[in-house]
Design a protein around this ligand. Structure first.
Ligand code: NAD
Length: 361
């Protein structure tokens, strides 16, 4: 049997329970052997109980967890403010790290994380999990094959009509670094850059709003919030011009009066064809003097008795990460790519504050 990978989880809240644990447990050669939750230690105890972990220890703080030499890989599932310190300490302790998105609170932290991974020779990835959806995975493939031609305009959508995450620290500027723009905007922007394989921004112009955050919203699926404690933006919009002339429009919101709701999706406009992620994935263009729209069937073709088993989503994300560690491969989501995402998001916030476009060197 191949070697088992010893895993430690830091932060035992929503995402650790919903994504990391269930998908780690689907992989035979992985064992979660240490968990820690600094502010709600009962969550670490509950995680062990809920997932029936046999030989897993609860640690009071992550420094103690990092001393366990059996743990080779750390999953950082804490609020944004501690992504960088925990990741850097874990890498320096000789661990590989999968860190939740956004990479960090700012680009300096993100760069230090990437540099530390390089210096220590350890692997680091960030949870840009929307890349692993069937529509994104397919679209990336056709972009790589050049089927859309040169992409000169893209929209990065991260818009919810009502979807303010009212649990944890999401509405708190101090611990999150921002609202929807750094939160779900990170996902959409990551998709746009990855599809185009373009990580060279030239300038950005950003604007944020906090009108609905300062009101009440009984329609919010995650429940109402205390407007006094809502200190991040409720919406953030930005225009990003890349060095090759491509324009990306980023729309992000947790509460916006709009019907066209789209989260973690992209629209790509290339010279040969375009792509939209409405109702799955549709490619559009012109053929023989007529416009066409071609819907991609994303479900695999089923053969009776031999059902095709395709894995996508968070399971694929975690499986490929484990595979990268056990078989010494490059992770799909590379730290240097996410540093650029952090750089653009930070510049959009700076542009908002200064009321000026921000130019990169
Ligand atoms: N990839 C995605 O699509 C996705 C979805 C949801 C959340 N997230 C990200 O996951 C992170 C956590 O979100 P969540 O919804 O699980 O939050 P949460 O509040 O439910 O859980 C976070 C947990 O971390 C613990 N914690 C805080 N600081 C700690 C520290 N220094 N050491 C150990 N434990 C600590 C808290 O006590 C809490 O239990 C955020 O950065 C968020 O952006 C990503």
């Amino acid at each position: 049997m191949s070697k088992k990978l010893g895993v430690g989880i830091i932060g035992c809240g929503g995402i650790a329970n919903a994504k990391h644990m269930p998908n780690l447990l689907k992989i035979d050669n992985v064992e979660v052997i240490g968990v820690c939750d600094l502010f709600q230690p009962e969550r670490a105890v509950e995680l062990i109980r809920k997932f029936g972990l046999k030989s897993c220890s609860v640690y009071e703080n992550y420094y103690e967890l990092l001393k366990n030499t059996e743990i080779e890989s750390i999953h950082v599932c804490t609020p944004n403010e501690s992504h960088a310190p925990i990741t850097i300490d874990a890498l320096n302790a000789g661990k590989n790290v999968m860190c939740e998105k956004p990479m960090a609170m700012n680009v300096e932290q993100a760069q230090t994380m990437a540099d530390t991974a390089k210096r220590t020779g350890k692997k680091l990835t960030i949870c840009a999990n929307n890349r692993f959806r069937p529509d994104s995975w397919y679209l990336k493939e056709i972009c790589t094959q050049g089927m859309l031609g040169h992409i000169y305009y893209a929209k990065a959508h991260a818009v919810r009509r009502r979807g303010v995450p009212t649990w944890g620290n999401f509405m708190n500027i101090e611990s999150q670094g921002g609202g929807p723009m750094i939160d779900s905007g990170t996902h959409a922007l990551d998709l746009a850059l990855w599809m185009m394989d373009n990580y060279e921004p030239q300038m950005v112009l950003g604007k944020t709003y906090n009108y609905l955050g300062k009101t009440t919203s009984p329609a919010n699926p995650y429940g109402n919030w205390d407007a006094e404690k809502y200190t991040v933006e409720d919406s953030g919009f930005g225009m990003i011009i890349m060095k090759n002339g491509t324009t990306i429009n980023l729309e992000s919101s947790w509460a916006l009066n709009i019907i066209d709701e789209k989260t973690a999706k992209v629209t790509l406009c290339g010279i040969k064809a375009g792509a939209d992620m409405d109702n799955g994935l549709t490619i559009n263009g012109e053929m023989n003097g007529r416009l066409y729209e071609q819907k991609i069937i994303l479900e695999p073709q089923k053969i009776p008795f031999y059902g095709t088993q395709e894995i996508f989503g968070p399971e694929l994300e975690i499986r490929l990460w484990v595979d990268a560690l056990l078989n010494d491969k490059e992770p799909v989501v590379k730290p240097e790519q996410m540093v650029v995402v952090a750089k653009i998001i930070q510049a959009l916030y700076e542009s908002d504050i200064s009321n000026k476009p921000i130019y990169f060197e």
